[in-house]
Design a protein around this ligand. Structure first.
Ligand code: ACO
Ligand code: ACO
Length: 155
């Protein structure tokens, strides 16, 4: 698939939030709504279908976080995730932020690989984040997700 930047745009006010896609990352609708309230939802469209999404959420005047990033199951592994991350980096830089933050579970091996490949560095661990904030245990790659691994990219 040929990717281009015109396939990504901000979700407009009044448009339906693509919950089904956002829920791929084991979030809840309540958590997604709280991110959407203080953030920008960017969608990636192909043949009029939303197949990629990320949410940028301002933490302070210098720091912004990718709270969610998801690609539709049928389109994973084609480079769209990499494309969206690079685009989020560019968008955050253009907005004048100094640091872009992203966090993922200790069991999310593919995500940890992908985020470091596009230039994020591991900066910390939020111990027991998933134990404390989610009602049921989450497993990825057969590993119990207990901690949130935090990564940052200087812009
Ligand atoms: N196992 C291991 N590596 C894989 C797999 C796999 N099953 N599939 C793809 N990869 C590799 C690719 O080979 C690629 O590496 P390469 O460029 O060196 O070849 C790399 O992972 C990235 O692949 P992309 O195609 O660019 O990424 P994709 O479009 O699949 O999007 C994403 C990645 C967003 C993580 C997607 O898989 C997804 O939506 N997953 C479910 C939801 C999720 O976990 N989201 C992130 C949660 S954390 C957060 O939101 C902040
Ligand atoms: N890529 C991804 N996963 C792989 C690969 C590979 N190339 N090769 C094996 N695996 C997986 C296996 O599928 C297996 O998973 P599974 O049980 O879910 O199927 C798992 O890794 C472990 O495989 P083993 O065969 O038990 O491990 P192995 O005999 O390959 O030993 C080791 C692992 C010690 C890391 C070996 O690969 C090695 O010597 N690597 C080079 C030296 C090194 O990096 N050592 C560790 C440095 S850190 C330290 O020493 C503290």
């Amino acid at each position: 698939m040929t990717l281009n930047y015109t396939q990504t745009r901000l979700l407009e006010k009044g448009e339906q939030i693509p919950y089904e896609l956002l829920l791929l990352a084991d979030e809840t609708i309540e958590i997604i709504d709280s991110y959407a309230k203080g953030g920008e939802i960017c969608i990636f469209e192909h043949n009029s279908q939303i197949i990629g999404v990320y949410i940028l959420y301002i933490l302070d005047t210098e720091t912004i976080e990718i709270k969610n990033i998801e690609v539709h199951k049928d389109y994973q592994g084609l480079g769209i995730g990499t494309h969206l991350l690079n685009e989020a980096i560019q968008r955050a830089k253009e907005k004048g932020f100094k640091t872009l933050v992203i966090g993922t579970a200790n069991g999310a091996i593919k995500q940890l690989y992908l985020y470091q490949k596009v230039g994020f560095e591991i900066t910390g661990i939020r111990k027991n984040f998933f134990i404390d904030n989610y009602p049921a245990p989450i497993y990825e790659n057969g590993i119990l997700c207990k901690h949130m691994i935090m990564l940052e990219k200087q812009l």
